[in-house]
Write a new protein. Structure first.
Length: 187
């Protein structure tokens, strides 16, 4: 929520309205599956998807996906397998947005999805307050990250931002694939 607030003047509301509705639908639609599925292949699947979405955007044509569809798909996948941040960033149509629009709109999209996931997991009995210390630490880290990120963002060009973003997503996706592979092969 912090990134969305800091960059509120740059939010891409035309995209976010549809993404919001799709995120709500995606969270609710997969809710019955959450407790049934294991995550052994999740890292491989999500890591591969993020790599393809990051490096082969023309092939997937993610920029043509309706925002509601992007919201529904990413919300459903993140409910089942996690990795919300890189997953959502891989479908945000950021080629023609400013770096502030990318960061702020991604922050807003993350707020939507985390909010819906929190409500959905509450509906199936997850006790969020039992984890209040972890949540508090995460919130404090997010505030510090937003402050640092804003400083870094103001010092780099849009072009450099896009290059760094691609490589950060690539490293996160490769980490997911490696960890999932090690888990599958019992290492």
């Amino acid at each position: 929520m912090g990134r969305a607030y800091v960059h509120r003047a740059y939010l891409e509301w035309d995209y976010l309205r549809g993404f919001f509705l799709g995120s709500a639908a995606g969270s609710l639609l997969v809710l019955p599956l959450v407790s049934l599925l294991g995550g052994r292949f999740a890292g491989l699947f999500l890591g591969a998807f993020i790599l393809i979405a990051t490096w082969r955007t023309q092939w997937l044509k993610l920029f043509r996906w309706h925002p509601a569809f992007s919201g529904a798909i990413t919300s459903a996948l993140s409910m089942l397998f996690g990795a919300t941040g890189p997953l959502v960033m891989s479908v945000v149509p950021n080629e023609h947005w400013s770096k502030q629009s990318v960061v702020g709109s991604h922050g807003a999209a993350m707020s939507f999805q985390h909010g819906f996931k929190t409500l959905a997991f509450g509906l199936i009995g997850f006790e969020l307050l039992a984890c209040w210390q972890i949540i508090l630490a995460l919130l404090m880290g997010a505030v510090a990250g937003n402050i640092l990120g804003q400083r870094v963002l103001s010092k780099i060009s849009d072009q450099r931002f896009r290059v760094v973003l691609k490589w950060v997503l690539t490293l996160l996706a490769m980490r997911m694939v490696v960890l999932a592979s090690l888990d599958l092969w019992g290492a």
